[in-house]
Design a protein around this ligand. Structure first.
Ligand SMILES: Nc1ccn([C@H]2C[C@H](O)[C@@H](COP(=O)(O)OP(=O)(O)OP(=O)(O)O)O2)c(=O)n1
Length: 131
């Protein structure tokens, strides 16, 4: 399989193709049912959670984490993404399209309020009491 360093831009479609190839080469498609992929995804979310467990709140950018810890974090985030991509694929969902549509729906559901717009203009980053 092609190494990550060879890919300038990583797309969901590329990841989907890589994972299809990965499963096919090992004859693992028989195990990749929607339910199994969902359970695998949830398991990886658990592993991702373990990394943050008991650490308390951590600052953005993780300035105090070692390189090794960050590499581990990248691996667990990737496992979640790769199972999500496979789950979407096996369910016949175009994840990229679905996510873009959801972004639009989110914007409609949570319109930018006048108060928020005004806060941005004034340089304040208040969430207008939402968070
Ligand atoms: N049947 C499988 C098994 C693995 N993978 C892929 C997707 C994930 O990216 C990764 C998961 O592999 P592991 O189950 O070995 O999980 P970890 O890499 O997290 O290892 P560990 O649980 O030992 O930390 O491999 C897959 O697509 N299908």
């Amino acid at each position: 399989m092609t190494g990550a360093q060879e890919c300038e831009s990583v797309t969901l479609d590329l990841l989907k193709k890589k994972m299809t190839e990965f499963a096919k080469e090992r004859d693992w498609q028989q195990f990749h049912s929607p339910r199994n992929l969902l359970l695998a995804l949830v398991g990886e979310v658990g592993e991702l959670s373990e990394i943050f467990q008991w650490k308390g709140e951590v600052p953005k950018g993780l300035p105090d984490w070692t390189e090794e810890e960050k590499v581990h974090l990248g691996e667990e985030l990737s496992d979640v993404l790769l199972y999500l991509v496979q789950l979407s694929d096996i369910c016949g969902i175009d994840l990229g399209k679905a996510a873009l549509r959801k972004v639009q729906l989110n914007a409609l559901k949570y319109p930018v309020s006048n108060e928020r717009s005004q806060a941005s203009i004034n340089g304040s980053h208040s969430q207008a009491g939402r968070f």
